[in-house]
Write a protein that binds this ligand. Structure first.
Ligand code: PEP
Ligand code: MG
Length: 328
């Protein structure tokens, strides 16, 4: 199998019906970047910048952040990288940021985390913005904001970047060739106001890890709940179906970057919903490319529509049967 996946490294993942699916990988550390070559992924669809903070004993200074981002872009070469701004807080708290003696949180995943924290500790976001903009001088920069819950949060975060951009410009520094801003959709509330946010977005990435936990009110870190709600259930799939529908007519690149996209049947379901961009764990790139090449969307999409209109008892069983009948 491994050898077969290695052979797929340089093969572009087209479906049987000729649709090019973009298969990117998730990363978080410099070391992860070697997987880009190894797997032949199309780029990094989610670079989790908080990892550098999580493995550091103290706050990484701007120079260290810049160095990491520059190295990542160097390694990626012509392939795109989407940098997600800090998603600390929740289950990823770093001790050196708790010095304000804030209250102990009962539900940290729903607490003061990610963009919520970054917009209040603006210094943190400013430094990161500066580091990213400097690292991407003369190249393209893709910035993605985590846990956006209301459109104004996206605007406020973007403003921080634009202010840093203006500063660098006034200093006659070399700027990125282009800066694109996107959001993660992992808080269900955002899906209800996508019409307001979409005109301002370059891209949107569905984070199915957090989305599932919020949609089902089920802690993703609780092992007793780990297998409780299947990704292949009508609530999740219909939810994603609606997001896909909400973006029709807008020039927004939609992707899925949660763990869901790296699993065979789940990826199949996403393709059936019209998702054409995935960002997945590096080990899944080979297997998912192989899957894509066996799929005919002209068959899968109508089947998916029918299942979602009238959900079968078990979507997992239904998809398993459908796939095995087609040697997928
Ligand atoms: C997600 O929530 O699906 C996601 C990709 O982000 P993280 O797993 O880092 O929270
Ligand atoms: Mg998340």
């Amino acid at each position: 199998k491994r050898a077969a996946y290695a052979e797929l490294r340089d093969v572009e993942p087209f479906t049987r019906c000729g649709t090019r699916i973009v298969v990117m990988m998730n990363a978080g550390l410099r070391d992860d970047m070697s997987s880009l070559q190894l797997t032949g992924a199309d780029g990094v669809g989610l670079f989790r910048t908080e990892f550098q903070f999580l493995v550091s004993a103290s706050l990484p200074q701007r120079e260290r952040q810049t160095r990491l981002y520059r190295d990542v872009l160097d390694i990626a070469g012509s392939k795109p990288v989407v940098f997600r701004t800090l998603d600390i807080g929740g289950d990823k708290m770093v001790p050196y940021l708790r010095s304000d003696g804030g209250p102990r949180e009962e539900n940290p995943a729903m607490g003061w985390r990610a963009l919520r924290l970054a917009l209040e500790r603006e210094g943190l976001l400013k430094v990161q913005a500066r580091a990213l903009l400097e690292a991407a001088a003369g190249r393209e920069l893709n910035v993605m904001f985590p846990m956006v819950s209301e459109p104004w949060e996206f605007d406020a975060a973007k403003d921080v970047f634009e202010a840093q951009l203006a500063f660098l410009k006034s200093r006659k520094k070399q700027l990125p060739d282009a800066v694109r801003y996107g959001a993660m959709l992992e808080v269900p509330a955002l899906a209800e106001v996508l019409d307001q946010l979409a005109p301002r977005l370059s891209f949107l990435s569905i984070g199915t890890n957090d989305l599932t936990q919020f949609l089902f009110a089920a802690d993703r870190a609780d092992p007793r709940l780990a297998g409780r709600y299947d990704w292949l259930n009508a609530s999740i799939l219909r939810f994603i179906q609606r997001i896909v529908g909400s973006l029709i007519g807008y020039d927004v690149r939609l992707s899925v970057c949660g763990e869901m996209g790296g699993r065979r049947l789940e990826a199949l379901a996403l393709l059936g919903l019209g998702i054409t961009r995935l960002s997945i764990t590096p080990a899944a790139v080979g297997p998912i490319k192989e899957l894509i090449r066996k799929v005919d969307l002209n068959e899968l999409k109508p089947a998916m529509q029918a299942w979602l209109a009238s959900p079968p008892e078990s979507m997992r069983d239904e998809l398993t049967r459908w796939a095995s009948e087609r040697d997928i």
